[in-house]
Design a protein around this ligand. Structure first.
Ligand SMILES: *[C@@H]1O[C@H](CO)[C@@H](O)[C@H](O)[C@H]1NC(C)=O
Ligand SMILES: *[C@@H]1O[C@H](CO)[C@@H](O)[C@H](O)[C@H]1NC(C)=O
Ligand SMILES: *[C@@H]1O[C@H](CO)[C@@H](O)[C@H](O)[C@H]1NC(C)=O
Ligand SMILES: [Ca+2]
Length: 491
């Protein structure tokens, strides 16, 4: 520790002297101080500097950012490829094939969250230049840290487009039995996998999520996963043969078909092990794709009417560019694809927000409390499968808008009411609601795919995620837009 401190001091002195020596040449000195600043940022000592923690090498880990001299975590809400690209670029790593990670993939965060709802357009020099909720403003749990896997610049030529995290995945296999141990009741505990020799091994908690937990509960005939836990609380010790990087899609009927990363066996980067808590009754959101196709239409709207929406990051990046560069931006028009999202709870338990009521955030623009960060995402893909437009519903408020006959609505947003969706009730976001659209101003007419997903980050436990997203054709001509041909799938 002491060495590092001295090193910094020496570096600082050298820099100061150098600046002083060339003080007469103003421009040069300015150039130099910019260079030094950049260098220091590389050394991660200046606010806005980023570093990766918890990974196996310097090119991967949960992202931490320095602000007011303190390191803090970044929340994984809205965290995807563009944000990871900016981080890898800022760190000077090759950014052609990076991979975002979420759910504290590289370990539970022990730091305060500095950033939440980060939106980058990919051109930013630094993560701090991206849009986000404001320093320290967040509603995230320690299991929601965002991370990245960047590529080592030396390796770029040998690894094609696939990030290394996905290389060498093997099936768990039917010969490996699983069981739960260490819980207070039989339906919870650490997950153990039987080795070839008959011993039982715990699983490295890295990346452990509700998806894997759901398959474990199904495999053991214990119902569904109420919780996926990364913990030491249920005992168990990682060994040289402990599996790591275990991943399921959540649609598997047996844990045997889930995969693990062979190269990481026995190399867990943390001490926590994977655990689950199973339950028989849970919620199950289902997206109504018929309502979606019925209700979709295009609308041209001036940005004057989209100010609240822009404040909630609903518009495309180009809208923010226009807002920055054009004084008369209010008069510019955006083209919106509007539609109704109707979400039924077809499960056996109410769907409730993840965060407790006292942490709900009041949204002035839309005059209600937000109880959940990312409830729904809307993505448009081109023929090659590249995402070309996105929207998201941040300004939602979970409530029972319509219930099947004989079911009493229970949840209502008005008056700081309880939020949730009762079994057999639907929460409906009409096409007229703000942000209930995708900004397609940057798209050329053509054939696209649109994907509408609820609970897209698998943060709230459900019985089944295969009905959480609708993937449909979006036919866009100069005259109209149609959404047809939907199929339900995983978010
Ligand atoms: C400072 O840097 C800019 C570009 O980075 C360069 O064009 C300019 O010549 C430099 N000025 C001096 C005095 O070195
Ligand atoms: C589960 O989902 C994945 C990804 O969408 C898909 O590739 C796979 O075929 C699905 N498996 C089953 C059993 O449906
Ligand atoms: C919900 O509706 C389904 C189908 O109509 C019915 O089978 C089920 O009993 C209902 N559940 C509740 C809790 O009302
Ligand atoms: Ca569902």
């Amino acid at each position: 520790m002491l060495n590092v401190k001295y090193l910094d001091l020496i570096l600082f002195l050298v820099c100061t002297l150098e600046i002083a020596a060339i003080h007469s040449h103003d421009a040069l000195s300015k150039n130099k101080s910019i260079l030094i600043r950049k260098h220091l940022k590389r050394l991660k000592k200046v606010d806005g500097g980023v570093r990766l923690v918890g990974g196996r090498d310097e090119y991967e880990g949960n992202v931490e950012i320095l602000y007011q001299g303190k390191w803090g975590a970044v929340c994984d809400d809205e965290w995807d490829l563009k944000e990871s690209l900016v981080v890898c670029k800022q760190l000077g790593y090759f950014s052609g094939a990076v991979k975002p990670t979420s759910n504290s993939y590289f370990g539970i965060s022990k730091r305060k969250f500095w950033m939440d709802d980060v939106f980058c357009d990919g051109t930013e020099e630094e993560l701090a230049d991206c849009r986000f909720d404001g320093w320290g403003k967040n509603d995230c749990k320690d299991s929601e840290a965002a991370g990245v896997i960047c590529l080592d610049p030396a390796q770029t030529s040998s690894i094609p487009n696939e990030a290394k995290a996905d290389t060498k995945r093997l099936s768990i296999g039917a010969t490996r039995k699983i069981r739960l141990r260490g819980g207070r009741v039989a339906t919870e505990g650490r997950v153990e996998v039987q080795t070839k020799g008959g011993r039982w091994d715990v699983i490295c908690a890295e990346g452990w999520s509700l998806r894997e937990a759901l398959v474990v509960c199904k495999t053991l005939s214990l119902g569904y996963a109420a919780d996926a836990i990364q913990t030491k609380f249920f005992g168990g010790k990682l060994s040289k043969t402990s599996l790591a990087g275990v991943r399921c899609f959540s649609n598997e009927t047996s844990f045997a078909t889930c995969t693990y990363q062979a190269s990481l066996t026995g190399k867990c980067s943390e001490e926590e092990v994977a655990a689950v808590s199973c339950t028989q009754s849970l919620s199950d959101l289902v997206i109504d794709h018929e309502e979606l196709t019925r209700s979709a239409y295009l609308q041209d709207q001036t940005m004057f009417f989209l100010q609240c929406a822009m404040e909630e990051n609903c518009a495309a990046s180009s809208a923010y560019q226009i807002q920055k560069e054009n004084e008369a931006w209010h008069l510019e028009t955006r083209r919106l694809l509007r539609f109704t999202a109707r979400i039924l709870n077809a499960g056996t338990a109410d769907f409730r927000p993840l965060i407790p009521k006292h942490l709900w955030e009041w949204h002035m623009c839309h005059m209600h409390y937000h109880s959940m960060e990312v409830f729904a995402t809307f993505d448009i893909f081109d023929a090659k499968g590249a995402r070309v437009a996105e929207g998201h519903k941040a300004s939602f408020c979970l409530e029972d808008n319509q219930c099947l006959p004989g079911v009493e609505p229970k949840y209502a947003c008005a008056n700081y009411g309880d939020q949730g969706i009762t079994v057999n009730c639907s929460d409906i976001y009409k096409h007229t609601v703000d942000c209930q659209w995708v900004d397609i101003s940057d798209l050329d007419p053509g054939n696209y795919k649109i994907k509408i997903a609820v609970n897209p980050e698998y943060k709230i436990a459900e019985m089944d995620y295969r009905n959480n997203a609708a993937l449909c054709d979006f036919i866009y001509t100069p005259a109209f837009g149609t959404v047809t041909n939907c199929a339900l799938e995983l978010p």
